[in-house]
Structure formats: C-alpha cells, structure tokens
Design a protein around this ligand. Sequence first.
Ligand code: GDD
Ligand code: MN
Length: 378
Amino acid sequence: MTQLHDKTDNTPACEVSIIVPTYQEADALGPLIERIGAVRDGGLDLEVIIVDDNSQDGTEELIASIGLPWVRLITRTEDRGLSSAVLCGLAEANGRVLVVMDADLSHPPEVIPDFIAALDGGADFVVGSRYVPGGSTEDGWGVLRWINSKIATWMARPFTTVRDPMSGFLGFRRETWASAVDLDPVGYKIGLELIVKCRCRHVTEVPIHFSTRRHGESKLSLRVQLQYLTHIVRLARWKFPGWSSFVPFAVVGLSGVAVYAFLLWLLQAWLGERVSEDLQIIIAIAITMVWNFIFDRWLAFWYARKQSIVRQFVGFLAVCSIPVIVNFFVTRWLIGDEIVTPAAGVIGALVGSAAGVIFNWVVVRAIVFRAQARAGGD
Ligand code: GDD
Ligand code: MN
C-alpha cells in the first residue's frame, strides 16, 4: 500500500464514509465525485475512500488534481480483489455509517440519505435493491447475465431472504461491521458475506435504478463467478456446519454403493472362479472404503484436514467395520441365491450403509474427524 492512514491520526470523525472499490475506473470517478459532492452539499457530512488496486490508468493523478479534502485514495499494490478492497476501505473509515458502492455510476449516490434514514429507523443493514417495487435495471443486460444473476440470487436463498443479495450498494452502522466474525473476502459478494457474518436481522432494501456503466468495462469474469461457488460453500459450512458435513457424507456413501457394485462385477468378470467369492467381496469392500475415506475427508470433514491422515484412516476403518460386516454377509448371502453379482452388491451395501449412515457420521465426526478449537472455512 502506498498510503495508509494511521488509526491515531486526527482525521475528524464524520457521519458517513463511502467506500468505493475501483479497478480502472478513472473515467467514471470524476462524475461520481461530482454527484457525491452534490449529496454532501445537501448537508451530509461525508468522506469518500477510494480503494484502487493500482490501476495505473490515471486514477492517482485524477484524485490529486481534484484535491478535495474529503476524498481519499488508497492504492493497494499487494492484494487484489473487490471484497478485500472493500474490507481495506472499511478499516480506514471514520464514519458513523459506512456505505459501499461501485465506481461505475451503476449505483445512485442520491439515495444515501435514504440509507441513513432506514438505519436510524432500526435496520441493521441496507442494500440498494433492483428487485423491490420502485427498483429497476437499465436495459442492456443480456439474457445470459440476467439468468446468471437469477441463479446466483437463488443460491443465496439459504442465507438471506433479501431480494437482491447480489447488490454491491450497501449501508450499515460501524458497530454492525465491527461485530462481524470470520470475514472471508472471497470474490465479489461482500454484501452477502457481511449480512451473514454480522448476523443481520433487519435488512432493508432501498429501491434503486441500476444504470449500465458508461465508461470502462465490467470486471465480472468467469473466475469471479467460480469464486462465488466457493463463497457459497464457505458460507454454508459456516452457517450450517452439521448439514454441510452430513449431506456430503450421505452422498459419498451413495457413490460408494455404486463403486462397490461396479467392483464386484469387475472382479467377478476378471477373476472368475480363480479367486474365492469371499475374497472378491473383501477386495471390493477394501477399495470402496478407501474411496469413501478420501471423499469424506475432503468434502464432509474438511475442517479436520490438517490432522494426521493415518490416524484418521485407522479410526475410519474401525468405525465403519460394523456396516461393512453387515454388508459383507448380506452380499454373500444374496450372491448365493441366484441374484446377479452387482445387484447383490448394491443391496448389501445399501443395507450396510442404511444401518450405518447416521451412526457412522455421528461417531466418525466425534472421534475420527474432530473439529479443532475453531473450524475455519474452505
Ligand atoms: N479495488 C478493486 N479491485 N475494485 C474492483 C475489483 C478489484 O479487483 N474488481 C472490481 N472492482 C470494482 C469496480 O471498479 C467497480 O467499481 C466495482 O468494483 C464493481 O465492479 P464491476 O465490474 O462494475 O461489477 P459489475 O457491474 O459486474 O457488478 C456489479 O453488480 C453486481 C450485481 O449484479 C457490482 O455492483 C457488484 O458489487 C454487484 O454485486
Ligand atoms: Mn458495474
């Protein structure tokens, strides 16, 4: 960072801090600051903190030439990314109320007084929303971007009922931000992250008209969209740790049934009479257990990945031995009758898994994959 403000400096506290993350937005910043200036002239004591990721496009020169004492530029040279830029700006803000908005004039600064009124009226968090009555999106969004936004919004449903949780136009009190736990700024959706991690209850949506940018280009790349999936997984693990472990465990268990049946078929076709049936079943069970262990460790017990894999594997085998034995005998008994081998495997494994799924998960979770003091994300 080329410029960092010391928390102990004597910048006066103000009513509102507006954080504007930017990357190559030099053309939009002049008009944006002008419009914010008009809001300020209307009687709102505010400061603007622009957090630029070293765009090298004239942003620094522009802010220097504007020379307004209430506009600050932070140029980051080490980190990159929208969410982390926002967190960096928040850490530097002096306002009682904190607002986050895009630089590209998609978000109208004129509604910021409405944000403050909503917060003073009891809201914990305000979002500028396209999807409440009075809100709208300027034409020009392709069908693809629209579908994309809808799917992303739908994926956020387990975490919030806000109609526009994808919004990047946000307002909240300083204390709300200070109450956040485990902030994890992956990707774009810092609003969703804050709503969840600050445990906001009263989120108010202020309608906005979302304008299409006139200058520069959107930075919403495919990479950013994939980061959103990571973000959703992390939020799920944070907010619903039990379900986020049990559901993958059950799915991996089902996949193991298919693997086991396939292996039984393969081994019989390959080894035929040369190797006893019992041994074939045991080989298939052993491979399937390794399969389940690897995927369970990765997907269901992610939080324990730093612990010893050998100890975990031994513990896993021990706990799973009960359903495995059930499975072994059911499979063997069925193969004896004239049921085809893979079907016997499927039934055996299903009976064994059904016998074990909840028991296994509870015991494996309690004994084998123990949570550490704090079960962190990813
Ligand atoms: N510092 C920094 N670093 N700023 C960034 C970065 C980055 O890596 N990437 C993007 N920004 C800034 C842009 O310069 C802009 O001011 C703002 O973040 C939003 O980026 P856009 O590229 O304009 O995003 P968008 O128009 O696709 O997305 C907007 O709509 C979404 C809802 O559909 C944003 O408002 C999102 O926040 C919003 O979620
Ligand atoms: Mn934009």
